[in-house]
Design a protein around this ligand. Structure first.
Ligand code: WT7
Length: 656
């Protein structure tokens, strides 16, 4: 509640400098408003014109939107294109020797790759995939560290029309197996090991473990990129193939597979409030258009910029704003294998100075942890190359915003707080920095063409200052097309009957201030946002209950200084309730268990044991009560409907 109050009191506003505004693509509020009006009045031609301007089509489309089978919308559906062609080939005539990627490895070694070199590498690897029998529409799981080859693998899939599904390298064998199985992948691409913060990450060994769990029978080949000299612990002949062997002798040209606009480009799994992770399916043309258009608008991108997004390609941010948006524009970008705190907390600032980064895009959790580790460190570096600073993943608290603005940006760089989701494919609400004045903690106004609004349960708009559901009232090109293999869940989750199936329900609550600025308040469902990553409480509960010691578990979030939210698990064991040292030991085991089942990001920060969980007489767990308990708040809820009020006392304290 206190954050909402402080945000409501936030009145500071920062317009762009005259100089920034004058040189910007969308220059001043008149220009921004004119684009919004154009979208309001001629919605389809607004998007149609952008699609013609920004995408190189093999065959042009004749229709912008087909909404005859809503909410399964189709955009530009008789158009033919290839995303890899748009990201590579089309830059070659003028910019073959322009640097595409500046790769900085964990140990600081730098490798530069030009557009022609990247094109060559993508073509060779695409031919390698074809030699394994991968064809249009096949699914390829990519389980890689943040190295050049991760981007090559994604682009190679796009080039041959295969559907990639990137699984974050921090996920466990179980999570990898679930995704491989759900997608029915034909090939898995991984590395022998990854390198992060001076430590190795056992990617190939985890992949082997995933196969041992069963369910990966659809996979015929595992391609292994050799990142370290350690080789691979195990080798399955006939299935495993080294990346360098696969590309040996492959042609350096590969004709793009021309696909339809609506053919899927990729699937990316994300957490929902219930059940298993959802395979968010994105289209080819609509996704590409969203990435291209938002990239130039939110960052005011110019061809001589040096852009750096610190995300991993395992998340949507890495898809839209590393692999596709920047390459589609022929940009020069930094990609980084390591972590912000290794070898020390100056890593980001040193890298900005060294590579003369002009656009920097990171997450509030990284900003908060770097403030804590050295608020004065940026001043030791020359950060004068910076011109635009971005954030994404969770609300940024005004204090962190001000520090980012003043200490990192020298009071000169607009902060673009970008609100969007895996499902939206591209930024939806964010300032176009040469026009929209920014306010600390607000993602400001929707991009032109995005019909965002805040409504109540009945779908009616709420007045300024009042909270409600964040919705998008018209379909837009980069919106999720369906949940892989589960169209029914797609419709129910995102286009619920409450709004007559017309509005896209984002799952966030928000309010607007008097100037119409959006302030995101948090999720409306049982989804946690830990360090900018979405975790379903159900997933963590299922993992806990899968442990032989556990009878029942409920997971809630509580505010955390750096991570945004921390994971608190309330657990009932099959045996008696443990206490003291024993409770600590079991809690430690359960934490490691969850890290092993899902990944370290999902590991509970705190575990509390009870003989039972607080339940209503009908057996429903009272989650609101658990939330208050986790926060150490006084219980003000009505507990008269509680079956077992005596267990509240047991749940006051953490076991660890
Ligand atoms: C959820 C989506 C978009 C890429 C990273 C996360 C939260 C995201 C912001 C922001 C406030 C934000 C929302 C959203 N979120 N950006 N700028 N301000 N909240 O993608 O894993 O799909 O998570 O992240 O709650 O629904 P994701």
């Amino acid at each position: 509640m206190s954050t909402i109050e402080s945000i409501l009191k936030e009145t500071r506003s920062f317009p762009p400098s005259d100089d920034f505004r004058r040189k910007a693509q969308i220059s001043g509020m008149e220009a921004y408003n004119a684009l919004c009006e154009q979208a309001d009045d001629h919605y389809l031609s607004f998007w149609g014109d952008l699609a013609r301007e920004l995408i190189a089509w093999k065959k042009p489309f004749s229709r912008v939107l087909d909404d005859s089978n809503a909410p399964f919308f189709k955009w530009f559906d008789d158009g033919v294109l290839n995303v890899s062609y748009n990201c590579l080939d089309r830059h070659l005539p003028l910019n073959a020797n322009k640097i595409a990627l500046i790769f900085e490895a964990d140990d600081g070694e730098v490798t530069r790759v030009t557009y022609s070199e990247l094109h060559r590498r993508v073509c060779q690897f695409a031919n390698g995939l074809k030699s394994l029998g991968v064809a249009k529409g096949d699914r390829v799981v990519i389980y890689m560290p943040m190295v050049i080859e991760a981007i090559v693998a994604m682009q190679a899939c796009a080039r041959i029309g295969a559907i990639h599904s990137v699984v974050f390298g921090g996920f466990s064998a179980g999570a990898l197996r679930d995704r491989v199985q759900d997608a029915g992948a034909k090939v898995v691409i991984t590395a022998n090991e990854g390198l992060r913060g001076g430590k190795t990450v056992a990617l190939k060994a985890t992949t082997d473990e995933a196969f041992e769990l069963g369910g990966c029978e659809s996979v015929s080949s595992v391609v292994v990129y050799q990142r370290t000299n350690n080789g691979a612990s195990k080798w399955t002949e006939g299935r495993d193939v080294w990346w360098h062997k696969l590309i040996e002798g492959q042609a350096e040209e590969c004709e793009p597979e021309w696909v339809n606009a609506e053919d899927p480009l990729f699937i990316l799994y994300t957490s929902g409030s219930t059940g298993k992770p959802k395979g968010i399916q994105h289209s080819t043309a609509g996704f590409l258009l969203g990435a291209l258009n938002s990239f130039r608008w939110i960052f005011d991108y110019k061809p001589n910029d040096v852009y750096w997004c610190t995300a991993d390609v395992g998340w949507i941010t890495g898809h839209s704003y590393i692999t596709y948006g920047p390459l589609g524009h022929g940009a020069t970008q930094v990609i980084f294998e390591g972590v912000p705190t290794y070898p020390d907390a100056s890593r980001f600032w040193r890298m900005i100075e060294k590579h003369k980064v002009s656009i920097f895009y990171t997450a509030p959790t990284a900003i908060r942890s770097l403030i804590k580790l050295g608020a004065d460190l940026p001043a030791k570096y020359d950060l004068s190359s910076l011109r635009v600073l971005g954030t994404v993943g969770e609300p940024i608290n005004p204090e962190a915003w001000m520090w980012y603005y003043e200490v990192v940006g020298g009071g000169r760089c607009p902060i673009v707080d970008t609100w969007w989701q895996t499902e939206t494919g591209s930024a939806m609400i964010a300032p176009t920095p040469g026009a929209v004045p920014t306010k600390p903690g607000s993602c400001t106004l929707p991009l032109p063409g995005i019909m965002a609004d805040i409504v109540d349960e009945s779908g009616a708009p709420v007045e300024p200052g009042k909270g409600g559901f964040l919705v998008i009232k018209k379909p837009f090109p980069s919106l999720v097309r369906t949940i892989w293999g589960d169209p029914d869940r797609f419709r129910k989750t995102y286009f619920p009957d409450e709004f007559e199936g017309k509005y896209y329900l984002a799952g966030d609550s928000a309010h607007r201030d008097e100037s119409g600025y959006f302030w995101i308040m948090g999720r409306i469902d049982d989804v946690l946002n830990v360090s900018g990553h979405r975790l379903g409480t159900m997933e963590i509960e299922s993992a806990l209950v899968a442990n032989p010691l556990v009878a029942e578990a409920a997971v809630v979030g509580k505010p955390h200084d750096i991570k945004g939210e921390a994971v608190v698990a309330f657990v009932v064991l099959k045996g008696s309730r443990p206490s003291g040292d024993e409770a600590r030991k079991v809690a430690d085991n359960l934490k490691q268990w969850v890290a092993h089942e899902i990944g370290k990001i999902a590991q509970p920060d705190e575990i509390r044991f009870g003989e039972n969980l607080p339940k209503t007489r009908s057996g429903k767990i009272m989650r609101r009560l658990l939330r208050s308990l986790a926060r150490g708040e006084e219980i003000v809820q009505d507990v008269s409907t509680l079956e077992n009020p005596q267990i509240l006392a047991q749940l006051q304290e953490a076991a660890n």
